[in-house]
Design a protein around this ligand. Structure first.
Ligand code: CP
Ligand code: NVA
Length: 307
């Protein structure tokens, strides 16, 4: 196991390829057995946005490792009354062993990490959702017994956190990544360049506005909500633009015969994914959601190791 002791995870690219593989294999091992931290540790959860999976999977993972969590919802701390982030970070860094933060701006996460002398984990920002991609890749590995050489196609909002973290994660494990998105919603060019540099011309990094072409031969069809948290007021206007990118039965028919369907959840049935597909035989979304807990347990065991 590559030790990540004391490190931050602000972007998936903060891990080396070897470290990413190491977390994924530990997640698969931990799924069939427990592991305890040598000393009881405490993880803070500071979430400025709603969460079901991330909050609960981090909490249960921490309890199963023998540690504790403290809910630091900003509304119950002095953050809601304007205490500066840099002061909060320095203080919490002296109490906690690690903190998982869900917020809007990646910059706030980076600022917090630079002032808190503990591991800071990105539990979702507008830019990235690396913990979700740990679980996604673990699910791909379990379903196909390999990752390298497979093609994952993401359909929907190319400018959101999931598209960005999938670009990085797939490139890191040697998977082809295609982002099928309306031309008005391209991924952040900096992240596309980062993914291309990682792929180094050996695997595909494709951004396209042609969903049918993108689906062809794909092993994993992936989608996410069309309006992310914080974009609720745009939701209705986005529907007609994104509808051609819906993951439905006819899109699935263009993919590889053994293709699986993933969605980070929560899902809007009959918007980004049809009820038939999410409930259908190719869907692996419940295994994927379960794997959040195993992958994050592996991450926590590594970040908080006593060795
Ligand atoms: N996929 C995901 O992060 O779910 P939550 O928003 O429920 O945590
Ligand atoms: N893109 C979604 C992911 C939710 C897990 C959002 O940010 O709301």
């Amino acid at each position: 196991m590559e030790s990540l002791k004391g490190r931050d995870l602000l972007s998936l690219a903060d891990l080396t390829v070897a470290e990413l593989h190491s977390v994924l294999s530990l997640g698969i091992q931990l799924k069939s057995g427990m592991r305890k931290l040598q000393r009881r540790k405490v993880l803070g959860l500071m979430f400025s946005k709603a969460s079901t999976r991330t909050r609960v999977s981090f909490s249960v993972a921490m309890y199963q490792l023998g540690g504790h969590i403290i809910d630091l919802n900003p509304s119950v701390t002095q953050v809601s009354r304007g205490e500066p982030l840099v002061d909060t970070a320095r203080v919490l860094g002296r109490y906690l062993d690690a903190i998982a933060i869900r917020t809007f701006a990646q910059k706030d996460l980076e600022t917090f990490a630079s002032y808190a002398e503990i591991p800071v984990i990105n539990a979702l920002t507008d830019r990235e959702h690396p913990c979700q991609v740990l679980a996604d890749l673990m699910t791909v590995q379990e379903c196909f017994n390999r990752m390298a050489g497979l093609t994952l196609t993401y359909f929907g909002d190319g400018a959101n956190n999931m598209a960005h973290s999938l670009l990085l994660g797939c490139a890191m494990v040697g998977m082809n990544i295609r982002i099928a998105t309306p031309s008005q919603y391209p991924p952040n060019p900096e992240i596309v360049e980062q993914a291309k540099a990682i792929a180094a011309g050996k695997t595909e990094v494709i951004i396209t506005d042609d969903p049918a072409e993108a689906a062809k031969g794909s092993h994993v069809l992936y989608t996410d909500v069309w309006a992310s948290m914080g974009q609720e007021s745009e939701a209705d206007d986005r529907i007609p633009l994104f509808m051609p990118f819906q993951v439905n039965e006819s899109l699935l028919a263009k993919a590889d015969d053994d293709a699986i369907v993933l969605h980070c959840l929560p899902a809007h049935r009959d918007e980004e994914i049809t009820d038939g597909v999410i409930e259908g035989v190719r869907s692996r979304v419940w295994d994927q959601a379960e794997n959040r807990m195993h992958a994050q347990k592996a991450l926590l065991a590594s970040l908080l190791s006593d060795d």
